[in-house]
Design a protein around this ligand. Structure first.
Ligand SMILES: [Zn+2]
Length: 113
């Protein structure tokens, strides 16, 4: 399960920061997950529950914000969200597009005391 590895990385970063700021109990972790990571929210929740069990984040709520894929056309500079797997520009039909958003996965913030 690829979510397990993703959450492990996230949790390690959060716990490390929590230690730096002497936060003993983490209450909420908010993450941003791009659509292109193909991480399933349920699987992320499950992985978080399992991995945080013996940590100061065991009672934390995991909030997930899904970010859709956003592309920019290199020819007409239109920014658009592709439909399904059609990554060509809907305006000029160019297939020369770059990914702006959708690949990210990061902790936006976490709370605790
Ligand atoms: Zn275009």
């Amino acid at each position: 399960m690829h979510e397990l590895a993703l959450v492990r990385g996230i949790l390690e970063a959060v716990l490390e920061q929590a230690e730096t700021y002497q936060i003993k109990k983490i209450e909420k972790v908010k993450i941003v997950v791009g659509e292109m990571t193909s991480a399933m929210p349920e699987a992320l929740q499950f992985a978080f529950e399992v991995l945080s069990r013996d940590t100061s984040a065991r009672e934390a709520v995991l909030e997930i914000e899904n970010r859709p894929v956003k592309l920019i056309c290199r020819d007409c500079h239109l920014v658009f969200t592709p439909e399904g797997l059609k990554y060509s520009c809907p305006q000029c039909i160019s297939s020369r597009t770059d990914i702006l958003e959708g690949r990210e996965l990061f902790v936006e913030y976490f709370e605790g005391e």
